[in-house]
Design a protein around this ligand. Sequence first.
Ligand code: PMP
Length: 306
Amino acid sequence: MMKAWIDGGLMDEEHGLVSIMSHTLHYGTGVFEGIRSYGVGENTVVFRLADHVERLQRSAQAMHLDLKFTTQEICNAVLEVLSANKLQDAYIRPLIFVGPGTLSLDFHPVGNAISTLIAARKWDRYFDADGLTGISVVTGVGRRLTSQTGLHQAKVAGAYANSYVATMAAKAVGADEAILVDESGCIAEAAAANIFTVRGGVVHTPTCRAALAGITRDTIIQLSQKLGLKTVETDIVVDDLYGVDEIFLTGTACEVVPVTKVNGKHIGKGSVGPVTQALHESYQRTVHGRDSFSSNGWIEIKSIAA
Ligand code: PMP
């Protein structure tokens, strides 16, 4: 039976009941994170845990959700959930959500309790393709909710209805993923991942004006520089995509995923390019703790193997 951490303690997931009148269930007024851990022999490492939990804290603040736990307490809870479930290669899902009480939008935290949940799952791949096979993407199926909402850097549950609709539209035309644009038609990101292009050996990615400042995006910028690749944050429009050598997506869940087709057209040689391949490998070595990274890179749990 899987264990989850709820408001300070572990419990069996199936006993973690949520009210049908939960404010978050009705209005999407929750915030969440997605974190990955990796098995290294008997041990498990969690990559950039504090960075994820700090973003969770910022998301909660943006949504007026008063988080009752410190970053350190939530980091410890993540490690507890992994140990309790003997999970090594796992995807960890913290979620702050609002309980039942008023049905008006301006809930009051005294009336509607705010809960902190941390659950974890084995989730090997976000896309069917692995890092060595490309996926196909389409444009024109959605827009990113951007800075005009004031929330584009927060991972708000309700905002993912927009990503969901775009993803379903992409699937409906046989593609794997949707690419969303901002209000001026510049590419923002994928439904739940950042986008990069490679042209003439230079790595480009849209600014964070409309895209989430992904933690993997930041890792990849650092790894590109380590590999001696120039990186540029710039506006990219849909037409630009057809002329690049390589495209890839990044995210904690999907890691580094090559894109070999845009709107049915092959990109570059139509196969995974050398820069994408090198960054994919570098990312894997880094998240597993085999290559050095900054001091807040990993948190290790010893002897977790089942
Ligand atoms: N954009 C969106 C909309 C996302 O949901 C995610 C996943 N958190 C990303 C980008 C990638 O962010 P990260 O690398 O921090 O997982």
